[in-house]
Design a binder for this molecule. Sequence first.
Ligand SMILES: [Zn+2]
Ligand SMILES: [Zn+2]
Length: 159
Amino acid sequence: MVRLSTVAIERQPVGSEETFSITLADWPAARGPLRAAGTLSRLEAGLAVTVRADWQAEGRCDRCLGEVAVPVSGEATASTVWADPGETHLQVSDQEIDLTPLLEEIEVLSWPSKVLCSESCLGLCPSCGQNLNQGRCRCRPEVAPGPFAGLRDLLGKDD
Ligand SMILES: [Zn+2]
Ligand SMILES: [Zn+2]
């Protein structure tokens, strides 16, 4: 839980804003501390929060499964008022808001569709699992039998 106190802003008149900044030492899979900053605003019927954050997340290369730092950066907004159903909704409990859903949203939205340790990553050998960036394995080059290889054998044909 990433706690943000609403004690001060709830005493302010509608339209007031308060800025905050937080540092999280234990965000899951973050390399180093996560720093976030934002604004808490008092609405007529609740509170709105905007958070900006950037950090280095621990990712895995899609080809070789090696560890890769993935830069995460973005902004997310939510409120404690039910608005449209697609919007993130926050609850105030014990005069605190949990910022976790907003930080998760930033992480998901800025996560690259492909994570690679390098554009030229050779990946793992599909037979023995050797990391081909660290050297070749002894497997023969891949000879993939086509789906009809067995059928060809049955028919005794050779092409
Ligand atoms: Zn890789
Ligand atoms: Zn191999």
